[in-house]
Design a protein around this ligand. Structure first.
Ligand code: GDP
Length: 195
């Protein structure tokens, strides 16, 4: 998809605030700093519509972006900030769970992991949660430019093994620096949108 129009529609915390439309949705999840904002901006050809490096303490909301009047990207706040209190983490968990487990028009979740590292406990939990709810996942392994090409396969295997990756899902090597994986990511998203 060649995106010309993308705008934030609403930052929501509860279902009553979700946009009242039937447009298909693709949610994006990953730990803070994984490169989620950079991924969104790359896909929609923007420098900074999705804010990069959101800091802890900021309100944790689901951000709905309307893309080409055809779909929503739903930016799920990043997990993995140790500093966040237990109460805040629980609130965050409930908000995400409510959205992911009950949103009719959710077609797939883009789950971002850093290709350089073994997935964290939270990465694994998120993936297993999505599998439990039978939600198709597009795993996007970010920052591929920071790994030599000859080691991509090895890193991919490590990530897949840790996640107990389901081969019906998509796995895409991505770099927002080189734009590697951009077309493949759009193809996977479009396939889920129109499945
Ligand atoms: P977010 O917190 O998940 O939204 O992560 P950001 O998109 O803000 O990225 C976090 C940091 O990683 C920033 O300094 C980005 O410039 C950097 N970054 C993100 N994606 C890539 C990538 O594909 N390659 C490289 N080399 N750096 C990246």
């Amino acid at each position: 998809m060649n995106v010309h129009s993308a705008e934030i529609v609403i930052s929501a915390v509860s279902p009553a605030q979700y946009p009242d439309t039937q447009l298909p949705e693709i949610a994006l999840a990953g730990r803070s700093n994984v490169g989620k904002s950079s991924f969104i901006n790359t896909l929609i050809n923007r420098k900074n519509l999705a804010r990069t490096s959101s800091k802890p303490g900021k309100t944790q909301t689901l951000n709905f972006y309307l893309i080409e009047n055809a779909l929503h990207f739903v930016d799920v706040p990043g997990y993995g900030y140790a500093k966040v209190s237990k109460t805040e983490r629980e609130k965050w968990g409930k908000m995400i769970e409510t959205y992911l487990a009950s949103r009719e028009q959710l077609r797939a979740v883009v789950s971002l992991v850093d290709l350089r590292h073994k997935p964290s406990e939270e990465d694994i939990q998120m993936y297993q949660f999505l599998k439990y709810y039978d939600i198709p996942v597009i795993v996007v392994a970010t920052k591929a430019d920071k790994i030599p090409r000859g080691k991509w396969n090895k890193h991919e295997s490590i990530v897949k093994k840790a996640l107990d990756f389901d081969n019906n899902d998509d796995f895409i090597l991505f770099s927002s620096e080189t734009k590697m994986g951009k077309e493949e990511a759009w193809a996977a998203i479009e396939q889920r949108l129109f499945a």
